[in-house]
Design a binder for this molecule. Structure first.
Ligand SMILES: Cc1ncc(COP(=O)(O)O)c(C=O)c1O
Length: 487
């Protein structure tokens, strides 16, 4: 057992930004918690302590007051101040308590590879999920943000509608009707932090633990992980050149309660779901009473014509939750998206949104609303579509030209990435690692498979990088793959 003698030898740091009173408090506190000062030990008077430590008495008094308020010391009337019984006892218990082994009751595969997700911030070709913001959009954004801040009144600073700003919802509704043939009224639009939150809410509202659902294979790993986190049972259903194979779903999981799809640009293959499959999927939903969650994450960027109409627009029984995001159309750090919710689910959906996160941030919504209202959104999309198309073409052309036949490029009609397929038998995981060593970021397609044999390929984002960066990196990648093939 130590005592005050040890404590008087403390080195107080007089140059630190931590006040001396705080340093004294911390030292006594840790001595009590470690058991160095036993319960019942008398605490020296503030005068003695101050002179031993060579500090002003006020610093010691202040430290003692804090220790007393938090129960580390107790004052006994007429006889002085002592280390408290309860807290010193806690120290002994802490030392003897055996470490409790806790296990997380959710399978590890519910948690995706966060290292890889964190990497999404990297500004290196061909990282996915990156967008370009040109000087014009940046300047407009600044101006609108300043204006929105100036215009915020006391009402705007308080709690607000969990479904989002009325004017933003109206603007989104107009946009979706015109651009995506979505059937909606403004009150059906619920603002979220993006696709991720909209899917989370949909899962909570539609499903219970143990329910079966369909997801696409290959498919978006975050949706799969969210379902696992909710103890739902996802069945991976094959995707072919027409999109999700509805018949395969019927055979594999006939009792599924919902399906999660990316019909306008299947993740990651880029396939657009055919009209026949759309109608088949809607018919299945009607017959079985299941819901469809339509993730329409990059529909703004279609290169061969206007965006494809949404699946939701064909739905006659309000069984589709349509999910869109500004995090792709503008920039991922924005964290704003929306869901178009069938009326029967609306109350539950908004209720869940409120319980998870109260409401979206008012300022950002006001900026996006003005950005849309004044026509900047449509103009930004037009400019980026042009740029992204050039970037897509530069990437595809370089890969094919320099790949010496070892890469088969599926040129996507829309979206922000493409897939370059490898020869059967080549390991995309190995190429992913080799590319990384060469400073190039690619994602192995086999990571997006759950049960079927993967077709090896590389997912390459082209939206986030100017042509001058894309061409040399694509040439290096193509050569790397071709050289491996030759071995
Ligand atoms: C399939 C898919 N959906 C949605 C998103 C966008 O998610 P969020 O809006 O949460 O950023 C992404 C981004 O990578 C995606 O790949």
């Amino acid at each position: 057992m130590h005592g005050w003698a040890d404590l008087y030898a403390w080195q107080l740091d007089r140059t630190s930004r931590t006040p001396l009173s705080r340093q004294i408090y911390m030292q006594v506190r840790s001595a009590v918690l470690s058991g160095a000062l036993a319960a019942g030990t008398r605490v020296p008077s503030s005068r003695v302590m101050a002179s031993r430590l060579g500090v002003a008495r006020a610093s010691v008094v202040s430290a003692y007051e804090q220790l007393l308020a938090e129960g580390y010391v107790e004052s006994r009337h007429g006889s002085g101040t002592f280390i408290s019984q309860e807290v010193a006892g806690l120290a002994t218990r802490r030392r003897t308590a055996r470490a409790i082994r806790r296990t997380v009751p959710i399978p590890a595969k519910a948690f995706p590879d966060f290292e890889r997700s964190a990497m999404q911030g990297e500004a290196r070709p061909f990282n996915t999920g990156r967008t370009l913001i040109d000087a014009r959009t940046a300047e407009t954004w600044r101006t609108l943000t300043h204006r929105a801040v100036r215009q915020l009144g006391p009402y705007d600073l308080g709690y607000a509608d969990p479904a989002g700003l009325v004017e933003l919802r109206a603007n989104i509704c107009d946009y979706l009707r015109a651009a995506r043939a979505v059937q909606c009224e403004p009150e059906q639009i619920v603002i979220t932090a993006g696709t991720q939150q909209a899917v989370d809410i949909a899962i909570r509202v539609l499903l219970s633990a143990g329910d079966e659902v369909w997801v696409e294979e290959p498919g978006y790993p975050l949706t799969y992980a969210q379902l696992m986190l909710a103890r739902v049972r996802p069945h991976a259903i094959a995707v072919d050149e027409q999109g999700l194979v509805v018949d395969a779903g019927r055979r594999k999981a006939p009792r599924a309660r919902a399906v999660f799809v990316t019909p306008s640009h299947q993740f990651p293959s880029g396939v657009a779901m055919s009209m026949a499959r759309r109608l088949e999927l809607l018919a299945w939903a009607r017959q079985s009473g299941a819901f469809i969650v339509e993730d329409d994450y990059t529909s703004e960027f279609r290169y061969s014509g206007p965006p494809l109409a949404s699946l939701q627009g064909l739905d006659e029984s309000e069984q589709v939750i349509y999910v869109g995001t500004f995090n792709k159309a503008l920039f991922p750090g924005l964290r704003l998206g929306y869901a178009v919710v069938p009326r029967a689910l609306l109350q539950a959906f908004v209720g869940a949104r409120y319980l998870i996160d109260r409401q979206p941030a008012t300022l950002q919504q006001a900026v996006v609303s003005q950005f849309m209202q004044q026509g900047h959104f449509a103009a930004h999309i037009r400019r980026m579509r042009q740029l992204y198309r050039e970037q897509r073409d530069a990437l595809a052309e370089t890969l094919v030209r320099r790949g010496a036949g070892s890469l088969e490029v599926a040129l996507p009609d829309q979206g922000m990435h493409l897939v370059a397929y490898l020869r059967d038998g080549t390991s995309d995981i190995e190429i992913e690692a080799a590319a990384r060593r060469a400073g190039i970021v690619v994602r192995a397609i086999s990571r997006f498979y759950r049960s079927a044999r993967p077709r090896p390929g590389l997912m390459l984002g082209f939206s986030g990088f100017p042509r001058q960066l894309i061409v040399p990196a694509a040439a290096r990648l193509a050569m790397l793959v071709a050289n491996r093939d030759r071995r």
